[in-house]
Design a protein around this ligand. Sequence first.
Ligand SMILES: *Cc1c(COP(=O)(O)O)cnc(C)c1O
Length: 366
Amino acid sequence: MNHPLLDLPPMSAAQFASIEDRVAKLLGTAQDVVIMQGEALLPLEGAIRGTAGPGTVALNVVTGPYGQTFGNWLRDCGATVIDLSVPFHTAVSAAQIREAFAEHPEIDFVSLVHAEAATGNTNPVAEIGEVVREQGALFYLDAVASIGAEPVLPDAWGVDLCVIGAQKAMGGPAGVSAVSVSERAWARMAANPGAPRRSYLSLLDWKERWVDGGRRALLHAPAQLEMLALEACLERIETVGLAAVMSRHASAAAATRAGALALGGGLEPYVHEAHEAAPVATTLRTPQGIIASDLVTQALTTDPALPLAAGGSALAASMIRVNHYGPDATPEAVRSCLTALGTALTENGVTVDLEAARGAVAEAWA
Ligand SMILES: *Cc1c(COP(=O)(O)O)cnc(C)c1O
């Protein structure tokens, strides 16, 4: 029996390399791009374990749950970690990074999440990159939630390790991911005795056996379906244009923010300043006395497919996430989410203005 997902020919090294080249083009980078055969946590962890060790002094910026994870990996590698935590309703500033360097001039590694889908904020990477470059530290960036939703420019920003995944704004597969690696980052890894070698976590294996070998022989059979999906996803972005994809996400964020404010009833954007709110997803704060996870459950009874979620762990009480990314970066999705939330609020005795919310969505989108 024939099936479109089965009996596929093996993916060639040439096709694999061409997909890497398309990712490099998407990132506007001249650095090496390595596609990793797993979800983005694979290169996120591999890049930290490859470059950090007992001699590393890391400034770990925590603007959401992923920053906490990076801090734990860094500590596990033996690095000295200075956590810079900022409240989830805001972004970190370049001035705060500068202050951290003034206090700890020995910092030689900075880890940062660009946009946080989990908390809805986005950090000013260009300005932060300037500070990190001045200080000569290695710059590690999680751009999984920003790629496709807002500009990600590792070369212009001086990012040494820039990790992306296709499953958010790119509307692509979750099972493969990519990292761009600067010469400085490769040198750090090569000099790091603790860097994973002959390991699935190893970026050095890809450097030595794939990149340096002229990308002629793959290390192992690639995740074929995921690679084909990534290729299709890149092709689609090239066809409609990255600018158009980003613009759709910016509109979705602006419309969600404006719509929530117009809805009223005490539902408010969780991130105070609009320019610190991520285009990939919008977080909202529930009014006093309304539990976010309960409200989301109620809202999803009308349509379980709506891209709504409550915040993770402690945030489940007060934070709603409108995940308007990929196929959901549309006016319809935003309108449906706000209508469902507004209806659920009404059922809880909260007065809202659904008409005003719909009007605000339409206006903000245009
Ligand atoms: C989504 C995301 C990832 C990938 O994690 P998953 O939860 O497995 O999708 C990594 N970093 C950030 C900032 C993300 O938003």
